[in-house]
Design a protein around this ligand. Sequence first.
Ligand code: MUC
Ligand code: MG
Length: 367
Amino acid sequence: MKITAVEAIPFAIPYRKPLRFASGEVHTAEHVLIRVRTEDGVVGIAEAPPRPFTYGETQDSIKAVIDKLFTPELLGLHLLEREVIHGVLGRTVGNPTAKAAVDMAMWDALGRTLGFPVTLLLGGFTDRMRVSHMLGFAEPAAAVAEAERMRDLYGIATFKVKVGRHPYTLDVKVCRALRDALGDAVELYVDGNRGWTASESVQALRAMEDLGLTLAEELCPADDVLGRRWLVSRSPIPVVADESVPTPATVTRELLSGAANAISIKTARTGFTYSQRVHHLCEGVGVEVVMGNQIDGQIGSMCTVAFGAAYRLTSQRAGELSNFLDMTDDLLTEPLEIRDGTLPVRQGAGIGVDVDEDKLTRYRQDT
Ligand code: MUC
Ligand code: MG
């Protein structure tokens, strides 16, 4: 089970339409495929999505940190020496999605070596998750049309609506149009990606009080230290910390300071190992979690569902698992399928998905 190679392969697959939100926009999935090879001939995979507007990483920086800093130190280590491996990765600050993808590719390799799905190795609670679809900035009619299409084609009944625009009434109109068109059968919650001030956030939540929203994510910046506490004290619904909590320590800080009272767990930034620590922490202090989406492709979405389905707490809510549907293609031999509003965990060893080498040749950017 010793590591013999770590590859970081940049690839690019366009989206059918851009996804826009308060902190940025995405037109093409310019991700990095990570492959970890072991002495047993096993290959584990994962993908890293660069999000410069969230973590400061780029496709080039992810490849460089893996090739130049991580790989030379990882070669020869055993897949089960996770504390040693994370000691090596932790010597470099930041770079959360690069570290997370290396971690998940190692778990995938471990599962393939042992012949078990990673979801079972993690906790094995259930075999699928309900799906939540993320709606980017749009006019009310376009947002309604997309939500109806997701409901009618895939059975999705939970929607996260991107907010954080100015004036906030633009977003209030979208949320109201969604509730009017879709009725009470769907769950709606909002994510501001730090676009509003604390006072705008409170005004917007008041204006939407009758819409039955269930969560309010990252409406204003975590640096608005007192503003966030004030917002939490006035919000009728849990305030979710997302990009402000990329590590277990920041989760602790946000929760103990009263700046958030629910947590988004993203395997894309905390891998499986640190997502476990975040999960255990949240369970220990009794806060709700949501399995979030870093605008993942199919490999990343399979990692999210493998983790989310592993525990009771993470599988209670719908997970954000569907934005790969907007990509024009993906790398897998067997594409993921969402049916009846759920995404099943693959029962094969590891995360249960394989890369189609022809597709990789078509989309990789390093040849
Ligand atoms: C989210 O939940 O914020 C938007 C930016 C990003 O980094 O992830 C997405 C989704
Ligand atoms: Mg978010």
